[in-house]
Design a protein. Structure first.
Length: 268
């Protein structure tokens, strides 16, 4: 699909009336792809085609991003999960596989907890359970992301997303560094939603078969969170990608996509 024939988004309505832009592409059973904090659906532009041999893909611009409404906060990851259900309802999808990365993985946790009948299989990438049990990024990373210069922050984020070797071979542009159209209030609301996420006590309620993925060099969301999630989600499987940073799904694209496809289609 080229830039000239990408279909216009469909709009769903969240429970509170917020308009949510969503995109459904490809053929076959649906796979919902949930993007990271302060990013729109373009987070998945470089990789969503990898799943179209076995699934159609559904993305959305979470509230505050892309073509969706950008109301004042507060937002929460549980609210964003309910927004995703509104998208499924609008598209007439009763049940879907769900793959969430970074903050999208936090949203995916609540989707599987609060709406278990809607989630067939669950993939969580570069994410954490949140709250006091999570393994937090170190102080140096926090300082890098708190710099007053937006370009310095963007460069720091690119370095946290991708290894120098991968960036040298893939000079960009990168689609994972934030939605440039987001207003400041929506960025703050996304940050608060991600920071206040805490699904620890509810994770054992997840019934969907679950695969948890992470890069072993991830400083944005430390890889120790993979095992923390695995101890809480019944029968979860895990895979750690050697040498990959936060955006393992691009840096280890071929291996990661094949692993997800295999997980989604086994026993079919």
């Amino acid at each position: 699909m080229t830039g000239h024939d990408v279909p216009a988004p469909v709009f769903a309505r969240a429970p509170d009336g917020v308009a949510l832009a969503c995109q459904h592409r490809g053929q076959g059973p649906p796979l919902v792809l949930l993007a990271g904090q302060a990013n729109n659906h373009h987070w998945w532009d470089d990789t969503r085609e990898d799943f179209h041999t076995v699934r159609s893909t559904v993305t959305l611009d979470q509230r505050g991003t892309g073509d969706s409404d950008k109301p004042r906060g507060p937002y929460s990851t549980a609210q964003l999960a309910d927004d995703t259900v509104a998208v499924l309802d609008t598209l007439g999808i009763e049940r879907a596989d769900v793959y969430g990365t970074s903050m999208g993985g936090r949203v995916a946790q609540w989707l599987a907890i609060r709406h278990p009948r809607r989630v067939r299989r669950l993939v969580l990438g570069c994410t954490s359970p949140g709250g006091p049990h999570a393994m937090e990024r170190d102080t140096a990373v926090r300082r890098l992301l708190a710099q007053p210069d937006p370009e310095a922050v963007r460069e720091a984020l690119a370095d946290l997303m991708y290894s120098p070797r991968w960036r040298a071979a893939h000079p960009g542009p990168y689609r994972t560094l934030g939605d440039p159209r987001m207003p400041a209030h929506a960025r703050r609301a996304h940050l608060v939603a991600s920071n206040e996420h805490d699904a620890w006590s509810e994770l054992p309620r997840i019934t969907a078969p679950t695969l948890i993925l992470h890069g072993d060099q991830d400083r944005l969301t430390p890889p120790g969170n993979l095992e923390l999630l695995a101890t809480r989600i019944p029968r979860a499987r895990t895979r750690l990608f050697t040498g990959a940073r936060h955006a393992y799904f691009e840096e280890c694209r071929e291996e990661a996509a094949a692993l997800v496809r295999g997980f989604l289609t086994e026993e079919e």
